[in-house]
Design a protein around this ligand. Structure first.
Ligand SMILES: C[S@@+](CC[C@H](N)C(=O)[O-])C[C@H]1O[C@@H](n2cnc3c(N)ncnc32)[C@H](O)[C@@H]1O
Length: 206
């Protein structure tokens, strides 16, 4: 499958990634060194996984895609971003893993995108890798966002990239935690490389 086909497909996948920002992720992934190792936290149904995976595939890279696949707080019943189609009738919980697997297979990315199914900090406590790119788009509440930052930002290798989604300077546009961790990253050795919508791309100085 060509990158163009993958990007067209990504735009049809259920998810929260605007196409323009998804294309920015794709460009970012394909700008990394050959053989790069990427990590995304927050996969949902695989929309961002395909944008990043399409870029990684061009560079013989690998994307680890981490999610417990039971949704964030705002995805649960009674909240704004609840989708009843994604509830597993056997236990009544959200489960996006089957859809995510289908997405990765449809995009012919099974040799590029590796699913890590588990809670972010638990995975981080045992998985000791460094990454050329870390993309944070997991839980957007204070606790999960800071946990993701503390767990994964230190794993960006020198010269590597940290991307954060849903960064809103104006509180009227969205929640604070992604913006707060973005500010902390700027204080802790990252510099701003690019902006696209609510996506902030930072670089760790080599
Ligand atoms: C905003 S969605 C990700 C959207 C996705 N990047 C896209 O392109 O549509 C956030 C995801 O983070 C996951 N998540 C939230 N907290 C988590 C945690 N502590 N560990 C693992 N995954 C988590 C949720 O299950 C959800 O799928």
């Amino acid at each position: 499958m060509t990158s163009e086909e993958r990007l067209r497909y990504a735009a049809t996948v259920t998810g929260f990634m605007p196409v323009e920002e998804g294309l920015a992720l794709y460009e970012l992934a394909r700008s990394l060194p050959v053989g790069a190792t990427l990590l995304e936290i927050g996969a949902w149904c695989g929309r961002s996984s395909v944008f990043l995976g399409a870029g990684a595939a061009e560079r013989d890279g690998v994307l680890f895609s981490l999610d417990h696949h039971h949704g964030s707080e705002e995805n649960q019943q009674g909240w704004d971003y609840f989708d009843p189609v994604l509830v597993d009738p056997h236990d009544g919980r959200l489960n996006t893993l089957p859809v995510w697997q289908h997405t990765i297979a449809e995009a012919a990315l099974e040799a590029v995108v590796i699913g890590l199914v588990g809670e972010s900090t638990l995975v981080g406590s045992r998985l000791h890798l460094s990454f050329d790119l870390v993309f944070i788009d997991g839980g957007h509440g204070t606790e999960p966002a800071w946990n993701d930052y503390h767990t994964w930002a230190p794993r960006v290798r020198p010269g590597g990239v940290l991307a954060i989604h849903d960064v809103f300077e104006n509180p009227l546009d969205g929640g604070r935690p992604p913006y707060e961790i973005y500010l902390r990253a700027l204080e802790e050795g990252f510099s701003l490389r690019s902006v696209c919508g609510s996506l902030r791309v930072l670089e760790r100085l080599a």
